[in-house]
Design a protein around this ligand. Structure first.
Ligand code: MN
Length: 274
């Protein structure tokens, strides 16, 4: 019996171009474990992973993007994803808005955001520091350039991450989907940036949408509309979607979350704090 079916999905490199990438869709996978917005929190990721009753060859781990920035160990996170992908090709790691910010700053020459600082000030600084070798002298550290220390392989790996992944029952995406639109019909930037329009919508996309991206209460999302006085660093559970960004990497850090499907069981790892 064939273990895999070949399946084509569209991978958007940026808002200008896209190409089709062949991926392996697992047809015998039992369970899916989904995590999002690791944001350089390597210790929490590995501790959370250890909790999971995962059979790596039969189950799938899907991480929904924003692997980097803000947290202290982005380099280690990217290293780990590259290792996992080589060992378990059926696992999926998606592209988030922070990957887009970083690649635009370092590779695309600002074509999308026209700003290096946008990435650097939103956690890119911590990503850069995670790549600076501890062995450098203080003087060397003061003059080292970002492109000197971030391996091309890491940038290439991040560039190939798809913006969404679909199974029979679920759509996995970093930000979300516009109501009424299938994943492939969305503007590729909406897939990684959309918030309220998606979260507020009770539109049925035909499959449950599993997403990250929106957990913080820094004005990005008006939680008060739900009568909440404080920001719920808990998964967002609706009939048509489940949000699993629980703000692991913020100064008021809470936890990293894993969702087990189809059981809809949650696992949490307390944030180490920043
Ligand atoms: Mn994020």
């Amino acid at each position: 019996m064939a273990l895999w079916t070949e399946h084509h999905i569209i991978v958007y490199l940026n808002d200008i171009s896209h190409y089709r990438l062949k991926v392996n869709r697992c047809i015998i996978c039992n369970m899916i474990f989904a995590i999002s917005d690791v944001h350089g929190c390597y210790d929490e990721l590995m501790a959370l992973y250890k909790q999971l009753p995962i059979n790596p060859k039969k189950d799938q781990l899907i991480i929904l993007g924003d692997h980097i920035d803000r947290g202290p160990k982005s380099k280690q996170v990217v290293n780990q994803l590259i290792k996992w992908k080589a060992k378990y090709p059926h696992w999926q790691f998606l592209y988030g808005n922070h990957e887009d910010l970083m690649l635009d700053a370092l590779v695309y020459g600002g074509r999308i955001y026209n700003s290096f600082d946008l990435w650097y000030q939103q956690g890119g600084r911590e990503t850069f520091f995670s790549y600076v070798p501890k062995s450098l002298t203080r003087y060397e550290k003061s003059i080292v350039q970002i492109k000197d220390v971030i391996p091309v392989e890491h940038l290439e790996f991040l560039m190939t991450l798809p913006r969404y992944y679909e199974t029979e029952d679920y759509i996995f995406v970093h930000g979300g989907l516009k109501p009424g639109l299938k994943p492939e019909e969305n503007d590729p930037q909406d897939l990684i940036w959309v918030r309220d329009e998606f979260i507020d919508s009770d539109y049925d996309w035909g499959k449950k949408v599993i997403f990250g991206h929106s957990a913080d209460g820094r004005g990005n999302y008006n939680w008060k509309r739900f009568g909440m006085k404080y920001i719920p660093f808990e998964p967002i559970i609706r009939d048509n979607k489940i949000g699993i960004d629980t703000a692991c990497c913020y100064p008021s850090s809470k936890k990293l979350t894993c969702l087990q499907l189809p059981d809809e069981k949650f696992y949490f790892e307390k944030s180490r704090g920043l």
